[in-house]
Ligand binder design. Structure first.
Ligand code: NAP
Length: 219
């Protein structure tokens, strides 16, 4: 059985992101959304080819998918989807939401969770109005994010279609983890241990190899 086949619920949170790498803040946000909206399942959706260009070299979709699996496999309410990483071309959110709705059938309700700074740009995404029709958006702000900008950008749609939630462990970010690995600093307690072991095994994020532990591992 693939992880996608684990998805049985018609009410679902979809955690959209690059997840390079996944970390404890993502997991806590997912659990918080699941409880708050009383959803039976959260589906992590690593983007295959992120539609908007990044200012760093994104790890392979397969590596990001495996790390998401390692981080979530202990929670029976969490699953990871290959939908975007197996679909050729840019990972448009509208294609994902439509595909999930087709699969889940009549009455499917989707909550799409991602960073507030990403949602701020939603009007530049492919078919933004259709996205807002297909799912409730859950925006997770980083510290210092100005919520007024969401109101300005989305107007009336902000109140009816977008919910903002607090970000637990907001100081943890994928950028912080990549930087720490590159610097040879510890990432212990920032992401689950199997993810750290996978990062070490695959040598991810180490443009320069520096050592903190005697064996060169960044625990
Ligand atoms: P990203 O680089 O993954 O993340 C942007 C910000 O949001 C970062 O601060 C990130 O923190 C945070 N974040 C990411 N995923 C999160 C989650 N599930 N919950 C809470 N915070 C999260 O963002 P992106 O590449 O712009 O993509 C975000 C989502 O929007 C993806 O699903 C992507 O496919 C979708 N998107 C769609 C389109 C389109 O359809 N045209 C265009 C752009 C984005 P961390 O770095 O710590 O994760």
């Amino acid at each position: 059985m693939t992880n996608d086949e684990v998805v049985r619920s018609r009410r679902l949170a979809v955690m959209g992101g690059t997840f390079d790498p996944i970390h404890y803040a993502h997991l806590l946000i997912a659990e918080d959304v699941r409880r708050r909206f009383q959803l039976p399942q959260v589906l992590f959706m690593p983007s295959g080819s992120p539609p908007h260009k990044k200012d760093y070299e994104v790890s392979s979709a397969e590596d990001r998918y495996i790390m998401a699996l390692l981080a979530t496999c202990g929670n029976p309410h969490f699953a990871v989807s290959r939908l975007e990483i197996d679909r050729p071309g840019p990972s448009y959110t509208i294609d994902t939401l439509r595909r999930l709705k087709d699969e889940l059938g009549e009455g499917a309700q989707l909550h799409f969770v991602t960073g507030a700074d990403a949602i701020l740009e939603i009007l530049t995404w492919h078919e933004p109005d259709a996205i807002l029709d297909e799912a409730r958006l859950i925006a997770v702000p980083r510290p210092g994010f100005d919520l007024g900008t969401l109101d300005e950008t989305l107007g009336a749609r902000r109140a009816s279609k977008v919910t903002v939630i607090d970000a637990p462990l907001a100081e943890i970010s994928s950028t912080m983890i990549r930087r720490r690995v590159e610097e040879g600093a510890s990432i212990r307690y920032l992401t689950p241990r199997p993810v750290i072991e996978y990062i070490n095994k695959r040598g991810l994020y180490r443009r320069t190899v520096r050592r903190e532990e005697p064996d060169g591992e960044t625990f």
